[in-house]
Ligand binder design. Structure first.
Ligand SMILES: *[C@@H]1O[C@H](CO)[C@@H](O)[C@H](O)[C@H]1NC(C)=O
Length: 349
């Protein structure tokens, strides 16, 4: 099991938002668990009916709640409110302070950059029919269970989710050879939506935010997550030019269309060879994305993790000492945390 694929790193670098109301879906998929009965943010609950219009999402209690979650001062809160006014014409479920705030955050509180990128993202979703993807697609072929990217059952010290990407154990090249580019790219959309989308036509079995996370936080919505990138096992097989091409594209998509989801990215167990790949891959990421990266070089990375989480929440594959963590219930449980070789044919290096 030593192959992997670099390209997915990109996926990680940006996960963004959350979302709710939006596409006009009116069936039974209203998730039940995630009710946020009491918070002030009544305008954005889980049911489609309550999703309502742009102006019903940009109500003052929601703006205040979001500002509080993000520790905004009065100036920042005003920037968010003004940005909402500038976007009033955008009739899309993502036009919601819980989503829009990620653009402000990602683009260093510059409202015009945030607005430009937000509008670009809406355009991209519409052009590519991304909003309905999760309902149309269902889930990737089972071979994607060997793509070890998953969220954990437990949370970090701030109560935020933890996303683990065992890049070193992922045979990206093998998977790519087996399924081909189209299936690979569709699965990438699935993964990005899985990580970020909330409500709005999200099938309940994939809607971990409302089905799992929010019931545990008393209705508080996901803010950002901690990402762990485990490079253990990385080899040159993952440095195939095709994979770098995919990585570049994925990095672009993640940063442009799914910004502000990760609060930090903890890289661990980098073999020497990692530097070679990283010298290329780092150019795919913006300065803001790079700021999230914390390369933990100590052999005892578990000690470094103590700052961010109780290390027992980590799975055994990362914390062999006392890791008890499992994947989050739902789709993530199907993922094989060990990863492993998928296909040993063609051009192995
Ligand atoms: C308030 O937040 C803004 C935007 O992040 C920042 O530029 C400013 O320095 C902050 N003001 C104070 C007084 O902390």
């Amino acid at each position: 099991m030593m192959l992997k694929g670099l390209f997915l790193a990109l996926l990680l670098v940006s996960f963004l938002h959350v979302g709710h109301c939006s596409s006009p879906i009116t069936d039974t998929r209203t998730p039940d668990t995630g009710d946020t009965e009491d918070g002030p943010e009544t305008a954005e609950t889980e049911s489609e009916e309550s999703c309502g219009t742009v102006s019903s999402r940009w109500v003052e209690p929601n703006i205040m709640q979001v500002s509080k979650m993000w520790n905004f001062n009065a100036t920042a809160q005003e920037l968010l409110r003004n940005l909402g006014e500038s976007l009033a014409d955008v009739d899309h479920w993502k036009n919601d302070p819980y989503e829009v705030v990620r653009y402000l955050h990602k683009w260093d509180m510059d409202p015009s950059d945030a607005e430009k990128h937000f509008r670009g993202m809406v355009e991209w979703r519409l052009q590519n029919d991304v909003d309905t993807f999760m309902e149309r697609y269902r889930e990737p072929p089972a071979v994607f269970h060997y793509f070890p990217l998953f969220m954990l059952e437990g949370f970090d010290k701030e109560g935020d989710p933890i996303l683990v990407y065992r890049m070193g154990s992922f045979d990206a090249w093998g998977l790519y050879q087996q399924v081909g580019a189209d299936i690979f790219l569709d699965a990438s959309i699935f993964i990005r939506e899985l990580i970020s989308k909330r409500g709005n036509g999200m099938p309940p079995e994939f809607d971990w935010q409302q089905q799992y996370y929010e019931p545990k936080t008393g209705g508080e919505r996901m803010l950002q997550f901690t990402g762990i990138v485990d490079l253990h096992g990385l080899s040159t097989r993952q440095f195939h030019p095709v994979l770098f091409g995919l990585l570049k594209e994925a990095a672009h998509i993640a940063q442009a269309y799914y910004p502000g989801l990760a609060k930090r990215l903890l890289f661990i167990r980098a073999p020497k060879i990692f530097r070679m790949g990283w010298s290329v891959a780092k150019h795919f990421y913006s300065e803001e994305s790079m700021r999230l990266v914390n390369m933990i070089t100590e052999d005892n990375y578990l000690e470094a993790f103590e700052e961010y989480m109780d290390v027992e929440v980590l799975p055994h594959v990362i914390n062999p000492v006392n890791g008890k963590g499992k994947q989050m219930p739902g789709y993530m449980e199907k993922i094989k945390m060990e990863g492993g070789i998928i296909s040993g044919t063609m051009e192995d290096q």
